[in-house]
Design a protein around this ligand. Structure first.
Ligand SMILES: [Zn+2]
Length: 73
């Protein structure tokens, strides 16, 4: 396929380096929606005390992509 340097197609999303990804981890509680930025997995949700297994860790970029994929409410 031809590639055009001046293509106005959507730019690829720049991915941070691995160490930056780690520093950028955001933990989200599946129970109450609490979000916290932390490099390490929290032991429990500080808002509703849900166990650590209820916390989902993603980078803020990943969360942003997830939110973007969702239909606007
Ligand atoms: Zn919670």
């Amino acid at each position: 396929m031809a590639s055009h340097p001046d293509s106005s197609l959507a730019e690829p999303i720049p991915l941070p380096r691995r160490q930056d990804l780690r520093a950028d981890l955001v933990w989200r509680c599946a129970d109450c929606g609490y979000q916290r930025q932390a490099p390490e997995r929290p032991e429990r949700c500080p808002a509703c005390s849900a166990g650590t297994e209820r916390l989902e860790g993603k980078t803020s970029i990943e969360w942003r992509l997830l939110m973007r994929r969702r239909p606007a409410v």
